[in-house]
Design a binder for this molecule. Structure first.
Ligand SMILES: C[S@@+](CC[C@H](N)C(=O)[O-])C[C@H]1O[C@@H](n2cnc3c(N)ncnc32)[C@H](O)[C@@H]1O
Length: 510
């Protein structure tokens, strides 16, 4: 979900508000309050002040009220939240409680309601809490109302009054507050979005925002209930294991996250292993392409975002990662997601893993696939039924026998920086006749890589050439090139999928 949740909600409210008027907007706020970020929500940042402030400005201008936060001149850290309090006098109609709905629902009056996000259009009168309600309007004077709406309000209500609407730090969004805090030259393009992994929000601040990093961190923390830690990713990425260096800019220095993806629970130390929520679609795509009962070898498995969902789907998985921290959490995630029978884990170099995995699966095959995993109740039921049908089973023919799984159907190689360089490890993996015979169909290799070629056609040529160079054969048959995402300007991530050519696996040159 490529959205910052806060914006998503308000975007939705704004659209509702502008399409159907302020009342649905206010109602949807009341609903919206109940569905603020869940603990597993993924929020991806992108520069959104334009989107948000445009939306807000539209609403403000419709209600003729200046609801922008006051310019902030207090300390940057910690923020003086009281400095954001603002009192706005608004026009209100006094209406008996029993009559408010006729004003709220009427087409005639609806467009004159206050129409501000998060503000209820009906409040009790502070000077007479048990008396009439106050219906807040978006005009400053009754003369601005149309004759029909004036008539409706007059016939249902008891005149007009002024109401002091108080807005404070809690009212405004991160984006609006940042606009009030930052110096003029930094407002455009201020970083108000972030990506969330479990309870950790991460940003990638440009140098000019570093003096305000603690302020930005505090805002994200205050405005997002599911976030407990805010980190700024530093530029240096661990070259071998691909995790980021990061500094905490707000909250607790706790990096052990619990993150949910594809109905699986992943626990890991975000500061010591690789994780990228932006790959969710790619994880899903690969898992969709494998079938229950197939065997998958995940060469650079990380903490298991391909392995675990594939195993839950009914695949058997040989999962490997060289980073000891990734391996530890991979094992924990296998256990937590109850797929220990389906997954075998390894912590070795990808090249060794490829060379050995054919033999390992052949020598110690996975049991035959017997269908989807059953719930405990369904399993008990089946056991009872099996006991009843025992004679039939004993008489069953060899046709019912399913052989154990000795061959690998798919390889996933998600180490885009260098996975292609590992392809030579497939040369000569069929070390004997028995192994050769089991592979009537060759495994499909899904190999992730980067390319500097931005055009699909050129990217395909570049990737194909590098793959063929490593395999020392030309790829025949179907070869799929899937663009996964743009990683940086001029750098694309792809996944190339092809069947391992038999002549590579049988190659005896090595
Ligand atoms: C880009 S991450 C992908 C992780 C996971 N598959 C995912 O999609 O999130 C690459 C992984 O390869 C591991 N790795 C790096 N070099 C390796 C090697 N030589 N052999 C095995 N694993 C390696 C890293 O520790 C990292 O977890």
């Amino acid at each position: 979900m490529d959205f910052h949740f806060e914006v998503h909600i308000w975007g939705y409210l704004g659209v509702l508000g502008s399409v159907k008027g302020p009342l649905p907007c206010a109602i949807s706020f009341l609903i919206g309050c109940q569905i603020l970020p869940s603990s597993h929500q993924i929020m991806f940042g992108f520069r959104l002040p334009r989107i948000h402030s445009k939306m807000s400005r539209e609403l403000y201008s419709r209600s003729h009220l200046d609801t922008a936060p006051p310019r902030y001149n207090g300390p940057f850290y910690p923020l003086d939240k009281s400095a954001f309090q603002k009192s706005i006098p608004v026009l209100a109609a006094r209406v008996p409680a029993s009559q408010t709905s006729s004003i709220l629902r009427s087409e005639v009056t609806r467009k004159y309601l206050i129409g501000l996000p998060k503000i209820r259009p009906v409040v009790s009168d502070p000077s007479a809490p048990d008396g009439d309600r106050l219906v807040l309007l978006g005009v400053s004077d009754p003369v601005e109302l149309s004759p029909e709406s004036l008539k409706l309000i007059e016939s249902n209500g008891n005149g007009f009054t002024h109401y002091n609407l108080v807005l404070d730090y809690d009212y405004w969004t991160t984006s609006e507050l940042l606009q009030a805090i930052l110096p003029e030259e930094l407002r455009e393009g201020a970083p108000v979005g972030f990506a969330a992994t479990g309870h950790v929000a991460h940003v990638n601040l440009n140098d000019e925002y570093l003096p305000y990093k603690k302020t930005i961190g505090q805002l994200f923390l205050d405005k997002n209930k599911s976030i407990r830690t805010v980190v700024n990713k530093l530029d240096n990425i661990d070259t071998q294991f691909r995790f980021f260096q990061m500094e905490v800019i707000a909250g607790e220095p706790d990096f052990i996250v619990e993150h949910h993806e594809s109905d699986c629970r992943f626990t890991f130390d975000f500061s010591r292993v690789y994780w990228n929520s932006r790959l969710h679609t790619e994880h899903d795509r690969i898992v969709q392409s494998v079938h229950p009962g197939e065997v998958l070898a995940d060469v650079f498995a990380g903490v298991g975002p391909f392995t675990i969902p594939a195993a839950k789907k009914g695949c058997a998985v040989m999962a490997n990662d060289l980073n000891p921290a990734s391996y530890t959490y991979l094992c924990q995630n296998v256990k937590d997601n109850e797929v220990s029978d389906e997954v075998r884990t390894f912590c070795e170099d990808g090249r060794n893993f490829i060379r050995n995995v054919f033999r390992r699966v052949y020598d110690t095959p996975f049991p035959a696939y017997t269908g989807p995993k059953l719930s405990k109740t369904a399993l008990r039921k089946l056991q009872k039924q099996t006991a009843r049908d025992k004679p039939a089973i004993e008489n069953s023919t060899s046709q019912d026998f399913k052989p154990p799984r000795r061959k690998i159907d798919h390889f996933v190689m998600n180490l885009p920086d260098s996975a292609i360089l590992f392809l030579d490890a497939f040369r000569g993996v069929f070390t004997d006749k028995a192994l050769r015979e089991v592979y009537s169909t060759m495994p499909i290799i899904h190999c992730h890589c980067f390319t500097r070629e931005l055009e699909l056609e050129q990217a395909e040529i570049d990737i194909r050439q590098r793959v063929e160079e490593k395999l020392e054969v030309s790829l025949q048959g179907d070869v799929e090139f899937k663009k996964v995402r743009s990683v940086a300007p001029g750098k694309e991530m792809y996944c190339v999928s092809f069947r391992l050519p038999p002549e590579v696996a049988c190659n005896t040159k090595e």
